[in-house]
Design a protein around this ligand. Structure first.
Ligand SMILES: *Cc1c(COP(=O)(O)O)cnc(C)c1O
Length: 409
């Protein structure tokens, strides 16, 4: 019996089962075909991966540590109804340069930009994290950089706007629609349609038309590969469960992918449950959405009866997106990954809890994964191991969290 491994996707049409594909205007097809061809060559070129590995080691600070969170584990044991409580480990992507996993992708795509002989990159950004990671890669590799950002986000995320400008990037405020991430993405795609000859569009998550979801996953898979090796070294085997938060899905895809064929490892994705499960109150397309096309690919999308994309809400700007990567849709339908959601309130509690038990202030996105991890660890046995992807640090969120926690000034 030789069942196809679930990791052997996408197919040559860019499909993860039914999902993914290339739903774009004709003007972009040539650019996506070029990108597919260049990446197909790079993917089997040792020199390409050696250069990326060198950057990861010397510039990003990889490998990021796998850290045993003893006091968080103790807490999970104290609330365990079954006198259990698995050992909790954190994969410290918050310690990567610029403070999150996003740099893994922007450096990889920056190298691809060079390989195509292009001199300019563009990017979309919501909270500004992908914008900062793109501006950082552009500065490091000597590329021009324009970042599209909703005008509302420009206002809310002032510090990241300043960071991008300091790094030499140009920030373009977008005034259409809800003036947030979805609108910035539309605008970046529009730019690319007119500029593909000299410009590469660095999408910030495992979303968009093929080959982006595959490329971003491959660059983020360094997280999961390191985690496998580090688990073997730390406790002599693979973990029983791996947990990650899901916005577009790149940090989750990166840590899940190298475990996908190890079916005894439970994989758990955590979406933003927001204020309630009512329309417009959350950002959980895998939990509450329907299949549909958004930003060039078919996946689960939050939409109304007419198929119009819904408004979304989350306390964390990085999870505040109505779509999700097509590979997650495939993993959901195949049952390989379990998806759940965590509310704003529970994420905020977990934010404080990680800060106070471990001395690590997580990003609000990451805090969603913390809440689920503690809960799950409590229901597991004491000799089991659970790994959480600590996707980013919370410096960017302390002001917003203080406001939500009513801590005043
Ligand atoms: C952007 C971001 C996320 C959400 O994006 P994914 O593509 O789902 O990983 C999660 N955590 C942090 C820290 C982020 O900056």
């Amino acid at each position: 019996m030789s069942a196809t491994p679930i990791s052997a996707v996408p197919n040559e049409l860019g499909r993860f089962g039914d999902y993914g594909g290339v739903f774009v205007p004709e003007t972009l097809v040539a650019a996506l075909t070029q990108l597919s061809e260049v990446y197909a060559e790079a993917r089997i070129d040792h020199a390409f991966w050696d250069e990326l590995e060198h950057l990861n080691r010397t510039f990003v600070g990889r490998a990021t540590p796998l850290y045993r969170a003893d006091r968080l584990t103790e807490h999970a044991r104290s609330i365990s109804a079954s006198s259990g409580g698995a050992t909790i480990w954190l994969k410290r992507e918050d310690l990567a340069h610029t403070g999150a996993h996003k740099i893994n992708n922007t450096l990889g795509q920056g190298l691809l930009t060079r390989r195509m002989g292009k001199k300019r990159i563009i990017a979309e950004t919501g909270a500004g994290q992908h914008g900062v990671a793109s501006a950082t890669a552009a500065a490091h590799l000597g590329l021009e950089c324009d970042v599209y950002m909703g005008a509302e986000d420009v206002r809310r995320q002032h510090l990241n706007v300043v960071r991008m400008k300091m790094l030499g990037a140009n920030v373009v405020p977008v005034d259409s629609g809800s003036r947030t991430l979805k609108d910035a993405t539309n605008e970046a795609m529009r730019d690319w349609m007119g500029s593909v000859d000299g410009t590469h569009y660095i999408i910030g998550s495992v979303v968009g038309p093929h080959p982006f979801p595959m490329i971003v996953r491959d660059f983020q898979a360094v997280i999961g590969r390191e985690t496998r090796d580090q688990c073997r070294e730390a406790f002599g085997g693979l973990p029983d469960a791996v947990v990650a938060c899901v916005g577009g899905g790149s940090n989750a895809a990166g840590i899940f992918y190298p475990f996908v064929d190890d079916t005894h490892v439970a994989l758990v994705g955590v979406e933003a449950g927001g204020r309630s499960s009512g329309a417009g109150d959350h950002a959980a397309p895998l939990s509450h959405g329907q299949p549909g096309v958004l930003h060039g690919s078919l996946s689960y999308v939050l939409q109304d009866d007419q198929g119009q994309t819904s408004d979304v809400h989350s306390c964390s700007a990085g999870l505040d997106y109505p779509g999700v990567g097509p590979e997650h849709a495939y993993w959901k339908d195949s049952g390989r990954v379990e998806y759940t959601s965590v509310s704003d309130a529970a994420a905020l509690d977990a934010f404080t809890q990680l800060a106070r038990t471990e001395g690590i202030i997580p990003a609000l996105e990451t805090a969603h994964a913390v809440a689920e991890t503690v809960c799950r660890a409590a229901s597991m046995a004491r000799n089991q191991h659970i790994v959480m992807n600590c996707s980013g640090r919370g410096d960017k969120d302390v002001q917003e969290a203080a406001r939500l926690l009513g801590m005043g000034d």
